[in-house]
Design a protein around this ligand. Structure first.
Ligand SMILES: [Zn+2]
Length: 100
């Protein structure tokens, strides 16, 4: 497996772990939302708060990734063709004969 294949595999595994963690955390919160709370220092409540913080952090990461993806999409689909037209307009690319 070449380097690009390893990178794709690693990226896919990271995405699967990310999505699995998101859904398992949500399932944990839903499953234990109506537990028999013992009050201050309840271990289930502590785990629920940790899970909520994890979901908040994941939502921030998702927002950042969505914004970065939108910026890259705009860059490659809007600005890059314009830049290529500016810098790649030469007599050779225009197929202009320059005979003396
Ligand atoms: Zn509790």
């Amino acid at each position: 497996m070449n380097r690009q294949g390893k990178t794709r595999l690693f990226t896919m595994l990271l995405c699967v772990c990310f999505i699995t963690g998101f859904f398992l955390t949500t399932a944990f919160i839903i499953e234990h939302s109506d537990h028999d709370c013992i009050g201050h220092g309840c271990p289930v409540c502590v785990q629920i708060h940790l899970a909520e913080n994890l979901l908040k952090q994941l939502s921030i990461v998702i927002s950042c990734v969505a914004f970065a993806s939108a910026c890259l999409f705009a860059l490659f689909n809007t600005f890059l063709p314009v830049i290529q037209n500016i810098f790649l307009v030469t007599p050779v690319t225009q197929k202009i004969r320059m005979n003396n």
